[in-house]
Design a protein around this ligand. Structure first.
Ligand SMILES: [Mn+2]
Length: 314
């Protein structure tokens, strides 16, 4: 059987630098993602949106800005993801800022015993929000998942830390961004697989296959996260926070995504950081939807080789 997909929108910019990403689920649907996947023969239902949040300036001086709203959205995502996964479906979660991926992982962990994360993103997101100075939670997802950041967002799962180093692969990050990655932290974490964008540019297929070989299999359930800022903004200026002259072309991101989505058991796909206000004509969004839908058709349209019905659920 092929994967049974549930599209879940998360109209939230709570954890971002400013509003805009809250508009992405509607904009991506308007570009025809769901009907395109159905026309490719995939079994897709549109499950609608969870309750989102629009960015507001947090003038409290908190080091983790808007954390209450971010946590509320992440918990709602976890509940929706759990429901659909228990029905044997693969949630396709359309964000929304990157903090929603924490909710996706936490929700799947209620259903599957071993959840792992392939994080295709222009950022390593390894800094705690207070260390970066901005307090923007959106740029600290991996730090929260691995327990390097300890805000209420790190405690939404049944486990703490939510993931261990060996359950995560960073793909396509900019190693030169001091707000996102500390080389010493990576050096202290040899089990954390990491492939900066230059590695992906040099051999995207090899990187993607190494990630699949390292994370998938042995009853692991893979979450695939795709932040559009993994793509060089010169090619596709859709990312909420632009990344110029780093990252990879859209065609390369599509190639990597297709291989990741072809892994033995993909439990969820998360699409983040699209800000449709950057593209009033929808021309760039159409390219994005074409790439994502193409990768999903290649990766998820293949027979899974195993049932997606959860087993060993608590
Ligand atoms: Mn990013």
């Amino acid at each position: 059987m092929t994967a049974l997909l549930s599209v879940i929108g998360v109209p939230s910019s709570a954890g971002a630098h400013h509003a805009g990403q809250d508009l992405a689920p509607a904009a991506i649907r308007a570009q025809g993602l769901v009907t395109r996947l159905q026309s490719e023969g995939l079994d897709v239902v549109d499950a609608g949106d969870v309750a989102g949040e629009v960015f507001r300036v947090d003038a409290s001086g908190a080091s983790a800005r808007n954390v209450d709203a971010v946590v509320r959205v992440a918990r709602a995502v976890a509940d929706a993801v759990e429901d659909h996964a228990r029905s044997g479906r693969v949630p396709v979660v359309i964000g929304g800022d990157c903090t929603i991926t924490i909710g996706v992982v936490a929700g799947l962990q209620r259903v599957y015993p071993e959840v792992r994360l392939a994080y295709l993103d222009g950022d390593a997101d390894l800094r705690a929000p207070d260390a970066s100075g901005s307090g923007v939670l959106d740029a600290s997802g991996i730090a929260h998942l691995l327990g390097l950041a300890d805000t209420p967002l790190a405690r939404i799962g049944a486990r703490h830390p939510i993931l261990r180093d060996e359950q995560v692969a960073l793909i396509g990050y900019d190693p030169g961004d001091p707000d996102s990655v500390n080389p010493a932290e990576l050096a202290r974490r040899p089990a954390l697989r990491h492939f900066p964008y230059a590695d992906v540019l040099a051999d995207p297929e090899s990187v993607a296959r190494q990630v699949v070989a390292g994370l998938a299999g042995n009853d692991a359930t893979l979450v695939v996260h795709f932040d559009v800022d993994a793509v060089d903004s010169r090619d596709l200026p859709l990312a909420n926070y632009p990344h110029y002259a780093t990252g990879v072309p859209l065609t390369t991101a599509r190639e990597v995504l297709a291989i990741l989505l072809g892994a033995p058991h993909v439990g969820a796909l998360v699409l983040t950081e699209v800000n449709p206000t950057h593209d009033p004509s929808g021309e760039q969004l159409a390219r994005y939807v074409d790439a994502v839908a193409g990768a999903m058709t290649e990766g998820l349209g293949q027979p899974t080789g195993r049932s997606t019905i959860p087993h060993g659920a608590p």
